[in-house]
Ligand binder design. Structure first.
Ligand SMILES: Cc1cc2nc3c(=O)[nH]c(=O)nc-3n(C[C@H](O)[C@H](O)[C@H](O)COP(=O)(O)OP(=O)(O)OC[C@H]3O[C@@H](n4cnc5c(N)ncnc54)[C@H](O)[C@@H]3O)c2cc1C
Length: 459
């Protein structure tokens, strides 16, 4: 797109959202040009860009109408916490931030929240809590926005008991690239009218439409919650305990696997202390329930299983401060390792094959003479592997990534369970999807976005 095309619509954009909300100076849009993807693999932003911040669905629709008429690329951005370059504006065009659209209304009778797309995860968690309800998922960074969480179908810790974002969304208001506004679903818990476009849009990473509002299911607040940290000398003992716990009938909110090196580094990074200093492999288990008796009964069951698998200790955090600290340290492993990192993977296998995958990751690390820090959502079979700068160069890092992907696929898994494709995983798509499958995806994109203006990326 010639830069003159973009320049001609700037006055129109100002007319829609007001002069103050159209930003053209590069220095004022720096933080919108990147997400949390590690520097070495993050795509480069384009030069000629304009940042627009609408305040309503009507304004979003008018912006898309202009963009579609003039064939101007539009990049919807949320909290820019993504890890695969999904929101990076890689072509000259419009960066669309919905941060001013951040209202949340809680409907206590239906146990739902109606949230605008620019509200953050932190704000939703708080609004639910203020209404005496609970929003369980916790995908790491509370600065992520509702639109981004839905567009990436985020998961995170606490997805075992109630599922990932997809399981919470009951309704969506979206604006199509051709400017029409659609309401999909609503506050009903059942809806069988035709193809489920809402589910297609969840996880579509800003390529099919702009999400402007969502109806999100909430849950009753548990009366009692504890977090266990359970250390083991051997990884196999820790991972063997996970299916046994899930079979026992106890249903934790989260079962996370971490290794001592990374969790201590994250604690140091935050200037906090980690409660358990021994054991190479540790499980973090979050349990909730309606009474202390119920939750402590579940702890008892888990303790028996872990002790039978050589657990060294069972640490129980009961206060909410201590539990928040444990979750915060766990969520910041990524941030602590980021300065020395080339890439973070989120391969996923059937949960029972996680140990095999980790052994393969170790073998790949040894082959290339590097340490590959790995941890993840053990109950979901979702493993984060970090490729660090000691891999030497980009070429070796890519080989390591491809080999880990091959192993995950061989074990019945997939290349991404959480972060999505964004712009940096497209090159690996052919490893997991057939040409026919890719063809169908391309056709869907054309139906929604005939002029390929929304988050354009090659499939
Ligand atoms: C420390 C840390 C921990 C993390 N832990 C987890 C984790 O445990 N699990 C997990 O799943 N993820 C995790 N993430 C990744 C990230 O937080 C999620 O992918 C999150 O859902 C991204 O939301 P966002 O608002 O930041 O979106 P952005 O990064 O801004 O955008 C992500 C994608 O969504 C699209 N998008 C954004 N808003 C809209 C909209 N309104 N309409 C249409 N498309 C839109 C963008 O175009 C882009 O393709 C973590 C990230 C960090 C930094």
């Amino acid at each position: 797109m010639p830069s003159s095309t973009l320049n001609t619509v700037i006055e129109d954009l100002k007319g829609i959202v007001g002069e103050r909300w159209v930003i053209t100076q590069r220095e004022l849009m720096e933080s919108y040009l990147r997400d949390e993807t590690p520097d070495p693999v993050r795509p480069k932003p384009a030069e000629n860009l304009v940042l627009v911040k609408p305040s309503s669905t009507e304004e979003v629709s008018l912006i898309l109408k202009i963009a579609n008429d003039r064939r101007i690329p539009v990049f919807p951005v949320g909290g820019r916490t993504g890890l695969v370059g999904g929101s990076v504006p890689t072509e000259p065009g419009i960066i669309l931030s919905l941060e001013r659209m951040n209202r949340i209304e809680v409907d206590r009778d239906n146990l739902m929240a109606v949230a605008e797309a620019g509200a953050t995860l932190g704000e939703l968690i708080k609004a639910a809590e203020d209404a005496g309800l609970f929003f369980p998922p916790h995908p790491g960074d509370e600065g992520a926005q509702i639109g981004g969480l839905i567009a990436t179908n985020a998961g995170g810790a606490r997805a075992i008991k109630y599922g990932v974002m997809r399981n919470y969304v009951r309704g969506l208001e979206v604006v199509l690239p051709t400017s029409e506004v659609l309401w999909l679903g609503g506050k009903t818990l059942k809806n069988n009218v035709g193809y489920d476009l809402m589910q297609l849009i969840i996880g579509s990473e800003g390529t099919l439409c702009v999400i402007t509002k969502a109806v999100i299911r909430l849950f009753p607040k548990s009366k009692y919650m504890v977090t266990l940290v359970i250390p083991f000398n051997k990884r196999s003992d820790a991972l063997k305990s996970v299916p046994a716990i899930l079979r026992s009938g106890v249903m934790p909110l989260a079962v996370e696997y971490v290794q001592i090196n990374e969790v201590l580094e994250a604690a140091r990074h935050l200037n906090e202390s980690w409660p358990v200093q021994r054991g190479f492999a540790q499980l973090i288990i979050i349990l909730d329930g309606m009474s202390q008796e119920e939750v402590l009964g579940a702890c008892e069951e888990i303790s028996k299983i872990c002790e039978a698998n050589n657990a060294l200790d069972i640490f129980l955090a009961e206060t909410s401060e201590e539990q928040s600290r444990i979750l915060r340290i766990r969520s910041n492993i990524y941030t602590a390792l980021k300065p020395n990192m080339v890439d973070i993977l989120d391969v996923t296998v059937p949960p029972s094959r996680l140990e095999e995958l980790m052994d393969e990751v170790d073998a790949i690390g040894s082959k290339y003479g590097v340490y590959l820090p790995a941890y993840g959502h053990a109950g979901d079979g979702n493993l984060h592997v970090h490729i660090m700068k000691d891999a030497g160069n980009e070429h070796v890092a890519k080989k390591i990534k491809d080999e880990i992907y091959e192993e995950a696929i061989r074990l019945g898994g997939t290349i991404t369970g959480e972060h999505g494709l964004g712009k940096i995983r497209l090159e690996n798509l052919q490893m997991v999807l057939s040409e026919k499958h890719l063809d169908l995806l391309r056709s869907i994109k054309r139906v929604f976005d005939p002029n390929n203006i929304l988050n354009p990326r090659g499939l």
